[in-house]
Design a protein around this ligand. Structure first.
Ligand code: AHR
Length: 514
């Protein structure tokens, strides 16, 4: 197996038409410890919110218009299989701390209805419940991540849920599971102990939540040493570093596998700006918020390192993505927004940050899969479209479980007014076949950039794909679903051990080196 490293870089200024003098410099450092980019940072999130579950994933067993399997859309299953989503978080979000799982099992016509208190006050008929979700995960080929109700639930409810889905032997809950049509347990590994305990999950103080966490997690049975649960504590809201500090201090580390972190790319919570037709000022502000993820992860990691230098406890960014005003005329509680090239920039740059910090960030969940916030899929009755975000996640999935090749990036700035951001973001990895993949993002909406990499071995071939469009506000629609999709990239040239790449404005490129 050949070994390629980018040893040093040349600063080259291409002056050909359409390309500015902007430059970026990448260098790989050989000899650094081998770290794996966990596939689980490519997780998705499906909440009972707006049209994510109902109309998005699930159209009901009696639907005659949309092809489905037990009520789950076939088009969605095929698209998510291709995306290789490694895990799917459910049923919330804020909904999770209002959800009583026993309402969602057994004959559908006997299930009680509730009001979805957080999301539009709509009636939730519980027709999509535990069996529906876990069977759907099997169909998609993804691992379920169940978010348990701590805010308004009980220890007993959670204990029973774990027993219901995971217990192999004879027990009251496994008996009930079998009566409801499922003999074998699903063996769910990922469990969230509440959600946003600092907010919709109970407005708790971190000291109080740490105690509650200890109590709830004690009664979540592993059942066997080989099937140990991966317990995730409800984590900080963005830069609330004290939350992480208290949890790391007060929760014994053997009781917790991951501590969560939520951060949305938002301009201003009171004035979020439109999902399409935004100005460059709004674009810049969104990207600034997205790139803040780098500082957030570094600072939360530093706190975790203090208590856990061996990095036993993971940082789980189980909600991230762009958050804008809802589309005009839609229910404000449904958080339905379009998805443009700006979202492609957020996705590409954020995943590059996660790769870089893969020694601590070992799981993450984009919010959300379908029809909500930074969705990978939008549906409209029997129609389905893939968003630019979908395409970035699909292009990037070559990094899943690959070995990180650390990059030292020196980039020119993307400036707007008096402010600036790094224009280029990048990451690289080597897969199990020795193939190197390099992901590059140029967030500058106007200037193309040139990147030069020098390799320590001679690659024989470079291929690649690019996601780009004429303007940053471009997006796919039900009328024009393929306006934005990845195409072959011809802008990379290999000369000996030097790789020269011309990155168009507002583009995402993934290269493959052999
Ligand atoms: O993803 C939408 C909401 O954002 C989630 O329900 C909540 O956890 C967060 O505040």
């Amino acid at each position: 197996m050949k070994k390629y490293f980018v040893l040093c870089c040349l600063l080259l200024a291409f002056t050909s038409k359409g390309f500015s003098q902007s430059q970026a410099k990448l260098s790989l450092q050989p000899g650094t410890p081998q770290l794996t980019i966990s596939k689980h940072i490519y997780g998705n999130f499906a909440e009972h919110l707006g049209k994510c579950i109902y109309g998005g994933f699930y159209v009901g067993e009696n639907n005659t218009k949309v092809p489905h399997t037990n009520g789950v859309r076939n088009d969605v299953v095929a698209a998510l299989k291709k995306l290789k989503i490694p895990n799917l978080r459910w049923p919330g979000g804020c909904f999770a701390d209002t959800y009583h799982w026993k309402d969602g099992i057994g004959p559908k016509d006997k299930r009680p209805a509730i009001v979805n208190r957080w999301w539009g006050g709509v009636t939730e008929d519980n027709s999509f419940g535990t069996h529906d979700f876990l069977n759907m995960c099997e169909l998609i080929g993804t691992e379920p991540y169940l978010a348990a109700n701590v805010g308004s639930g009980t220890v007993e409810e959670l204990t029973d849920w774990v027993q219901y889905v995971n217990f192999e032997g004879v027990s009251p809950m496994s008996k009930r599971r079998a009566e409801n049509g499922r003999e074998k347990p699903w063996k769910v590994k990922f469990w969230g102990v509440g959600n946003e305990a600092w907010g919709c999950g109970g407005n708790m103080k971190p000291e109080h939540y740490a105690n509650i966490y200890r109590q709830y997690s004690t009664f979540m049975a592993d059942w066997s040493n080989t099937d140990r649960l991966y317990r995730i504590a409800s984590g900080a809201n963005s830069s609330d570093y004290n939350w992480t500090e208290v949890l790391m201090r007060d929760i014994p580390h053997h009781m917790v596998s991951g501590i969560a972190l939520h951060h949305y790319s938002v301009i201003n919570w009171d004035k979020k700006g439109p999902a399409t037709g935004f100005s460059e000022e709004q674009y810049f502000a969104t990207m600034k918020s997205a790139l803040f993820m780098e500082e957030l992860i570094s600072k939360h990691t530093a706190i975790m390192d203090k208590y856990d230098p061996k990095k036993r406890v993971d940082l789980v960014v189980d909600e991230w993505g762009g958050w804008y005003e809802v589309e005009p005329g839609t229910n404000p509680g449904f958080l339905y927004q379009q998805n443009t090239m700006r979202d492609a920039m957020i996705a590409g740059a954020t995943l590059n940050i996660f790769h870089k910090h893969c020694d601590r960030v070992r799981m993450a969940n984009l919010a959300q899969s379908i029809n909500v916030l930074q969705a990978v899929i939008l549906t409209n009755d029997d129609k389905m479209i893939l968003t630019p975000t979908y395409h970035v996640l699909e292009m990037y999935n070559v990094h899943q479980d690959a070995t990180l090749l650390p990059l030292e990036l020196q980039t020119v700035d993307y400036t707007f007014g008096t402010e600036k951001l790094p224009a280029i973001s990048a990451s690289a990895s080597k897969d199990k076949n020795g193939v190197i993949h390099i992901s590059l993002v140029n967030i500058d909406p106007k200037k193309a950039q040139d990147v030069t990499l020098t390799l320590d071995g001679k690659a024989t071939a470079v291929t690649g794909r690019i996601l780009a469009s004429a303007t940053m506000t471009d997006h796919n629609t039900f009328e024009n679903p393929d306006k934005i999709k990845p195409v072959a990239f011809k802008g990379a040239q290999l000369k000996g051990n030097t790789l020269q790449v011309k990155l168009p404005a507002c583009s995402v490129v993934v290269l493959e080196l052999k």
